[in-house]
Ligand binder design. Structure first.
Ligand code: BGC
Length: 764
């Protein structure tokens, strides 16, 4: 029988050294044990798209290739492309089940950093360029893992958007970009799913390492968001342990061999660190410990997970993640291969399928079927299926003989599928890409096929966007992200029409690297990377500058078609109250001839605003159930105050602007199907009135509006009497309105008297 610790009693019984020892790990993967107090080591292991439990987890080093077999699900880029909370939950629940069986206390994931640049080597492990999508799916992931009585650890908090120099770089980012782009995914997950742990990032943010960044950890995470779980360092992210503790960093991983524990002890003894701060972290650790012990009661550790059932979930999740980027003339699905009509699979990636990314998330999959093997099984021992590799993996340069062989193979087939994509050599944790191009040999193969006039379907496997040579020549493209061990089967079933693709892109595919929002500011130097593009990442940028991408955010076709109509909102007005909500619904009808699911996206569009805002922002999404031809479904959304807000840096809070907004139901960020209007009823957010406030500000402020309005003509006239149509008159009018009110008082006291003004000011 597992008994919960009496936290007060344990804390009261602990020596200073014992308390400090709980603030760091015991081995690379375990927390400290304290037998005297009944505290055993707990095991933390990597995920996030499967369990990566090192076979020997007691050592002091990671071994990326030695972990217990586990089901490999699509990595986050693929999970996000499902746009399906339920599917993400089911996959994460299965991962958690395997982890619980292996007596893991916390799975280190999901990663919810924003995709600032498509070049970030770890983008495959992250969900999206959009914080709402990443936060919503991340919350489902955490809930799924934690439904097993074990913890999830959301990472990497915060603003870890590149691998280059990730352990030292200082990210210079505006408060608005933090609040509107880089933090909300974490905020949503903490609010909706209460993860047991949050892992800080390696990098610095605005001058301070995340592991000791009081602004991020204490003020935002703890005070504003009320987070009371354990804050753990990324592995080796601790710089100044005592400073970290003060900022709210509870657990250093892995251990520093007792060195930092000593520093904590000394700091308390020397009165540099109040013991209450140490107690605060120990208390959080003990609360987590009780949670983990309590979780074990729910786990039923004895029953082994059903790995066949988990493989099925992996296949179904992969099926929902595949994105049909292009399908001219309904080239897909393929006709099944027949004796006189063979199908050619071209490309080494069909035989050496890439199902996941490299680095700490790399897991030992329970099955390793390739696409080619899955197709051979599908076509009864591969009858009428031709294969030719076309290029090598790993490759250094193109191989003309392999290309000629591939051309001959394709010429003997009636349908051709070419498999291309990135490999671990180009895309992994630890380094960023420096180009969007496919490897040279693959580009040469695609160009050679195009030059020969061979028509083919492209299956593209990569954890992040790539550019596609001979794009106009290719009628149909299926994007797989990194689809996990169910991917090969899912790809084959989709190519042959047994699965109708319903995934949509969770990130923009740009036409050129030069078009990307942070092209000039990525990855910076080891000392500093400046996020000068501010809030304008992903579709927010492409929409704002009206630049056409290769494929927009939210894009994805189906083997059927859907119509959207009957978009309705529950009220024409939205008032400024914390608990105000708006119900939205829209009807979706399958107007094509096969069954299918549609991802319905809800955007809020701001037609005119004083402060520049994104053209549109995703604020809701739902995936319909599978609809039969002619069948309809009504999709519902709820919007709340925060969905209409922007962050005001001057006021230091989210604010609502008055005016008209459009609510848009869309098939992608560039395919708006219906729109309705809504009026936001509120006062313009007001800055405090001071001696330096502009005349215009007084005119807009409800407190001073009526008082100053009659004086405005006199104030303008005081600066000169010009022909009202002249440039000088216009200049004086603008100048007068932008003038700090102190100047008006100083120059024209007969119009504005200081003693009349002062009572209106918030500060003088
Ligand atoms: C990664 C984390 C991972 C940890 C443990 C770090 O290098 O950034 O995501 O959980 O190692 O493997």
């Amino acid at each position: 029988m597992i008994k919960s610790l009496d936290i007060d009693a344990v804390l009261a019984s602990m020596s200073l050294e014992e308390k400090a020892s709980l603030c760091s790990g015991n081995s690379f993967w375990t927390t400290q044990n304290l037998d005297r107090a009944g505290i055993k080591s707990l095991l933390l292991t990597d995920g996030p798209h499967g369990l990566r439990k090192q076979s020997d987890f007691t050592g002091d080093f990671p071994d990326l290739h030695d972990s217990v077999p586990a089901t490999c699900f699509p990595s986050a880029a693929g999970l996000a492309a499902t746009w399906n909370r339920e599917k993400v939950y089911q996959a994460a629940q299965a991962i958690g089940r395997e982890a619980a069986h292996e007596e893991v206390a916390v799975l280190l994931g999901p990663g919810v950093n924003m995709k600032r640049s498509p070049l970030c080597g770890r983008n495959f492990e992250y969900f999206s360029e959009d914080p709402f999508l990443a936060g919503s799916l991340g919350a489902s992931h955490v809930q799924g893992v934690q439904s097993n009585g074990i913890g999830a650890c959301v990472k990497h908090f915060a603003v870890n958007n590149q691998e280059s120099n990730r352990m030292v770089v200082d990210v210079a980012v505006s408060e608005r970009a933090l609040r509107e782009i880089y933090l909300p995914a974490f905020e949503i997950i903490i609010r909706e799913a209460n993860p047991w742990m949050v892992m800080c990032a390696y990098n610095k943010v605005n001058g301070e390492f995340c592991s000791q960044n009081a602004r991020l950890l204490h003020e935002i995470l703890r005070e504003e968001w009320d987070y009371d779980g354990v804050m753990v360092t990324d592995w080796g992210a601790c710089d100044d342990r005592v400073k970290g503790l003060v900022a709210g960093q509870d657990l250093e991983m892995p251990s520093s061999q007792g060195m930092n524990d000593q520093k904590i002890v000394h700091a308390v003894e020397n009165k540099e660190l109040p013991v209450e701060i140490l107690d605060r972290s120990v208390r959080r650790f003990l609360t987590f410990y009780n949670r983990a012990e309590d979780g074990k009661k729910k786990q039923g550790i004895s029953s082994a997970p059903d790995l066949n059932a988990h493989h099925r979930i992996a296949v179904e999740t992969a099926e929902e993640s595949l994105v049909l980027l292009k399908n001219e003339d309904q080239r897909l699905p393929l006709a099944p291969p027949k004796e006189n009509a063979p199908v050619a699979f071209i490309g080494e990636l069909a035989r050496t399928s890439r199902i996941q990314g490299g680095g700490s998330s790399h897991i030992h999959a329970t099955r390793t079927t390739s696409v080619l093997e899955a197709a051979q099984a599908y076509t009864e021992s591969g009858q009428n299926l031709i294969f030719s590799p076309g290029y090598r993996i790993p490759e250094t340069e193109s191989c003309p003989e392999l290309i000629s062989e591939a051309i001959s193979a394709a010429e003997n087939a009636s349908q051709v599928v070419l498999f291309a994509g990135l490999t671990d050599a180009e895309e992994s944790e630890g380094f960023d890409r420096d180009s969007l191009e496919l490897p040279a040999g693959q580009r040469a193969l695609i160009r050679a096929f195009a030059d020969k006039g061979i028509t083919f379907t492209l299956v593209l496997t990569s954890g992040a966007p790539v550019t596609i040579p001979s794009y106009d020549h290719i009628p149909s493209i299926l994007y797989t992200a990194l689809p996990g061990q169910g991917g090969p089967e899912a790809i084959v079933r989709t190519l042959f029409g047994d699965n109708n693709p319903s995934g949509k892109l969770a990130e923009t595919f740009p036409l050129r690297l030069e078009d990307t929002p942070c092209f000039l500011h990525f990855p910076g130097t080891p000392e500093r990377v400046s996020y000068q593009e501010d809030i304008w990442i992903g579709y927010r940028y492409y929409d704002a500058v009206d630049r056409t991408p290769l494929f927009p955010f939210g894009h994805g076709h189906s083997y059927t078609e859907f119509s959207y109509d009957a978009l309705e909102v529950s009220a024409p007005r939205f008032t400024d109250r914390d608990d105000e909500t708006l119900q939205v619904r829209v009807r979706i009808t399958n107007t094509g001839s096969v069954r299918g699911k549609e991802v319905v996206q809800l955007y809020v569009h701001y037609p005119q605003t004083q402060i520049r805002r994104p053209v549109r922002e995703l604020k809701g999404f739902e995936k319909t159930a599978e609809l039969a031809p002619s069948e309809s479904a009504t999709v519902h959304f709820t919007l709340s105050r925060r969905d209409f807000c922007r962050y005001d840096e001057y006021l230091g809070r989210f604010v609502l602007d008055p005016g008209t907004v459009h609510i848009e139901a869309a098939a992608s960020s560039r395919d708006i199907r219906c729109r309705t209007e809504l009026t936001i009823e509120t006062e313009l957010p007001q800055k405090p009135l001071t001696w330096n406030s502009q005349v215009r500000q007084l005119l807009e402020h409800p407190r001073t509006r009526d008082w100053i309005a009659p004086k405005i003509p006199d104030i303008i006239a005081a600066y000169g009497n010009y022909d009202p149509h002249s440039a000088e008159a216009r200049m004086m009018e603008v100048q007068a309105m932008e003038m700090p009110v102190r100047n008006v008082v100083n120059h024209c006291s007969h119009i504005l008297r200081k003693e009349d003004l002062l009572p209106f000011l918030d500060e003088s």
